[in-house]
Design a protein around this ligand. Sequence first.
Ligand code: MN
Length: 328
Amino acid sequence: MQVNRPDEPAYAGGATFQKLPLALDASDLEGADIAILGAPMDDLVSNRPGTRYGPRAIRLAWDGGGPPEAYNIDLGVDPFAELTVVDHGDASVVPGNAVASHTGIHEAVRRIVAAGVVPIVLGGDHSIAYPDISAVAANYGPGELTVVQFDTHADTATEIWGVKYSHGSPFRHLVDENILQGDRLIQIALRGYWPLPEEFKWMRSKGVRWHRMEEIADLGIKAVAERVLEEIPDDNNLFLSVDVDALDPAFAPGTGTPEPGGMTSHELLSAVRKLVLVKGLAGMEVVEVSPPYDPANITATVAHRVVLEALSAFALHRGRRTPAPENP
Ligand SMILES: [Mn+2]
């Protein structure tokens, strides 16, 4: 269903991602390549809330008009000319009932995957990784999905404040419940003061790999991305989990648990582009955007562009084409 008039400016009209058609029903997903899904919840954060407003802010963080077009000058591709992308609306969430919200998110992602469509989920706090990654992983054999997680925190606690499925623990439970194999979880940009040695000990025991922010500073993001590519098995089933707090708070102030000393926006966009270009995309989430702490929409805008970068790279990957940057 087209909910926007043709040729209206960015600030006019309805709030679908990139003014894409709204595809609320399962039957509407037929023939699509990618479905955008909102997961607006913030019940499970440990500090500042507000991510329930994330999906709408990310959807609106675009300055072009409709119909959807976005020519990526570094790749030489307009993903919307090559991919059928729809907006599946938001998952059914229940304020104050995180279990019900997780069920709604899991169901919506399961519906998208069952239609043969790649889901891109806009969070929401990082607890949504448990319901959305489990729905994608179910589509693959045991140990056949790789998750690359951009994050300042590993999110591998057993519980936070006594809450098992919090935003600080999804990857612990995905691995411990054999939904995701530990050696198929690769983390990028860890820094600061959490997790603690006990979490790192568990991570080592499960074969989890990580690249600290300091490694990015030492080697550069392109070299680290190459290392990550070597760590991803050849089956190429890549799920990207992008927590915007991987970025430095200067680039992403609108988030619940900011940590200084992080990635630049360019480093994140560059890494996402490289990984998806080579490995494709089985699913993706962009989480922890909290608009109440986001002056000037800085964080929502970079979250939106991370999605566009993945879409652009996926279009080239699927067409088995190489980048054609617009050089002089
Ligand atoms: Mn996180």
